[in-house]
Design a protein around this ligand. Structure first.
Ligand SMILES: *Cc1c(COP(=O)(O)O)cnc(C)c1O
Length: 429
């Protein structure tokens, strides 16, 4: 496969953009490769600057649940663009999207729009601290909540990909109020709440973890978080930036039947434009300025172009059987990948919730970050590179989820499975 143009662009980019990219994992460094520079994308296909087409399972890291360049999203954005791109004053579009979010997610009574998932989680934490008057927060190893200082402790996604526990530039004192516990470990959570519950402002969790590969919550884990936060007057924050509108229209909370105090959203609600949101119980949300004292603001927050993309996307997701159909496709893909590995006598564990999946090169269950870290990452790299060469755009890190979109049809998925069979045979020891 000729990738000359991508190579040339990368050389230019490296000179003036740190690492040549505007977000670390895109560099594909840990899989011994270089970034693919994209020209355009349509449906489930993404095309690079050398004219190569790939079946895309990254989906811009989650937002593109309808596939790329969906006509209704492109139309909505184009028509709003003609009215202007940002006003710094409210529009009806913000109310429409907020109403859609409140309708979709019953635990959200009020919602504030921001511009990224990072902003959503950072603001939710501030609000939880402001509301409770407490400082300590609890997170879980391998969960990624964006790159705000307090949350860059044992984080997943790019932080895990680069094997760093935290980050230089985050003062120790800034993370001294952050406790990070093993995901799915009910006992250690109970112990911490018993000892320190009354000082804990909030517990933030990915209800389905999608930033250490894909790890589902064990039965009882989310329930315990709910019960003990309630008992201790701490807020439970579901970071549904990835899972919101992904695993179900109402997010992971509707799938597992748990009602958090606050929810963070992003990715899909922006339909491919920069949007994040945080919402929750009215009594909590009323603490945000200008209604309350907790400050949070944004020049471009709620801008009409992003709102239009979000509204158009959510509207499509309401189609009957949308999530069932997606679920079946994702199941077909994961079973095919696992089967391809088994035929080649390679140990893999496949995890899936809805259209999010993770493939780990290990013979053990993957229930937490420690499990994910002990998988065979060299094997993963070889698999990634083999699949790329055969026209499949997979996340270039085992610590990222794969996504199936509505634009993938059975043929695309079977093409990927056929490629996986060949690549896996090549990896046979
Ligand atoms: C992607 C992600 C974020 C960060 O969102 P950005 O828009 O990249 O800032 C936060 N939390 C979760 C669970 C995510 O998947």
């Amino acid at each position: 496969m000729n990738r000359e143009n991508s190579k040339k662009l990368f050389v230019r980019a490296l000179d003036i953009i740190p690492g040549g990219v505007n977000s670390p994992v895109r560099a594909c460094k840990n899989v011994g490769n270089e970034p693919t520079f994209i020209d355009h994308a349509q449906g489930c296909m993404i095309f690079d600057e050398d004219g190569n087409g790939y079946i895309d399972y990254i989906g811009s890291w989650g937002p593109m649940i309808l596939g790329h360049s969906h006509p209704s999203v492109i139309d909505a954005v184009s028509s709003v663009l003609k009215r202007g791109t940002s006003f710094g004053a409210p529009t009806d579009l913000e109310i429409i999207l907020a109403e859609m979010v409140v309708d979709a997610v019953p635990s959200i009574e009020m919602v504030r729009m921001v511009n990224s998932g990072t902003e959503a989680t950072m603001s939710a934490i501030r609000l939880a601290r402001g509301f409770t008057g407490r400082d300590t927060i609890v997170k879980f190893d391998g969960c990624y909540h964006g790159h705000a200082d307090a949350l860059l402790v044992e984080a997943g996604s790019g932080v895990a990909t680069l094997s760093i526990p935290g980050s230089p530039g985050v003062p120790k004192s800034f993370v001294s109020h952050t406790l990070s516990l093993p995901y799915n470990d009910i006992d250690s959570f109970i112990e911490v709440m018993e000892k320190r519950g009354e000082n804990i402002a909030c517990v933030i969790v990915e209800p389905v973890a999608g930033n250490m590969g894909l790890v589902a919550p064990k039965h009882g884990f989310l329930e315990t978080l709910r019960d003990l936060t309630k008992q201790n007057g701490s807020l439970l924050i579901f970071d549904e930036v990835m899972t919101g509108f992904r695993v179900a229209y109402g997010g992971a909370q509707s799938l597992y039947g748990i009602s958090p105090d606050m929810t963070c959203l992003g990715k899909i609600i922006g339909g491919g434009l920069p949007v994040g949101a945080y919402g929750g119980r009215r009594e909590i949300m009323e603490h945000i300025a200008p209604q309350g004292p907790v400050y949070q603001a944004g020049t471009l927050s709620g801008n009409p172009v992003a709102m239009a993309a979000g509204i158009a996307t959510l509207t499509q997701l309401k189609a009957p059987d949308f999530y069932d159909t997606l679920d079946k496709k994702a199941d077909r893909l994961l079973s095919g990948l696992v089967n391809a590995a088994e035929k080649a006598e390679i140990n893999v564990t496949g995890n899936r919730v809805g259209s999010m999946l993770g493939l780990f090169f290990t013979d053990r269950e993957v229930l937490n970050f420690d499990n994910a870290k002990t998988c065979d990452l060299e094997m993963f790299s070889a698999f990634y590179n083999g699949m790329l060469e055969k026209g499949n755009f997979l996340a270039p890190s085992q610590f990222e989820a794969l996504f199936v979109s509505a634009a993938h049809d059975t043929e695309h998925i079977d093409t990927t499975i056929t490629a996986a069979k060949e690549v896996m045979q090549g990896l046979r020891k």
